[in-house]
Write a protein that binds this ligand. Sequence first.
Ligand code: ADP
Length: 332
Amino acid sequence: YSIIDREQMQGLENIRAFLKIRTSYDVLPLSFRLIVLDTELLIRKSLTILIQNNIVSAPLWDSHNSAFAGLLTSTDFINLIQYYCQFPDRLHDIDQFRLSGLREIEKAIGAQPLETISVHPMKPLYEACIEMLKTRARRIPLVDIDDETGREMVVSVITQYRILKFIAVNNEHNTVMLKKSVREIGLGTYTNLQTAHMSDSVLDVIHVMVEHNISAVPIVDANNRVLNVFEAVDVIPCIKGGVYDDLQSSVGEALSKRAEDFPGIYTCGEDDRLDSIFDTVRKSRVHRLIVIDDDSRLRGMISLSDILKYVLLFGEENDAISPDAVSSISSQ
Ligand code: ADP
């Protein structure tokens, strides 16, 4: 082991120790709003609510049983689109679907149902992270039990980004120890990269995301230079007028509909170090990093789950889930 290796490992261990003594509750800001949707709501209305409030996901509430009913995310809308592709003559029904029907849609298209996991807000943050990695969930609801009524209560939802940001902001002294480059630690994916062109249809790109179980597809030119990235959440504005609406239009057109405050795309080089990635996370709303060379050509993709997986599990042998276990889960 070199000094750099040892320092890197020490930095990781310090961060892991930090995650074990902090709770999910600690990640939440002092004041925040939470939009919860009733499962009786029509799916098309839920789309309008998400767009109007500039959010991409919301917890669901089953008011018949007074119980938390999972999270609505862009995956549900992608499922709805697949359903439409398989049963185009059911367009009228699709318009009348309620959020409570999402599980039926999943079944009809043979999608693997997403586990409705949740964690208690006072449990160590480390556990929430491990749950996320095990299930490939990108966000996890915090569910508590109300003392008076004994009923479930959705407190908030935490995302991979919020956790990484929390680590970055509170661990500057530890993240500076992470001096190994992206290339040296093999962070991210560099083979079998899925890309698309500006002229491809939105539907084509959605099929690529579904087939490869990924949430973002870089849009490249004929020389493999990165122009943009189409993300699963970009599907939401495409179907606000109905599932049939804009799916045939090009990715280029769809990307022009992004909200004003779209945080932008973030790139890095293979020689960038993990500490500089944490600097980026500290300062900006990053959802993934696109690895490019000096000529802006695509080299790889680093997802937040890749970073979280490395930070939590690298070098851990006796842990509940080994890195191998995680990657076999994510490739299912
Ligand atoms: P997350 O689970 O954090 O949302 P993604 O779904 O984007 O992340 O990525 C899941 C895995 O697939 C990660 O290991 C990531 O490196 C890889 N990946 C992401 N985008 C692509 C792509 N366009 N082509 C191939 N692999 C990708």
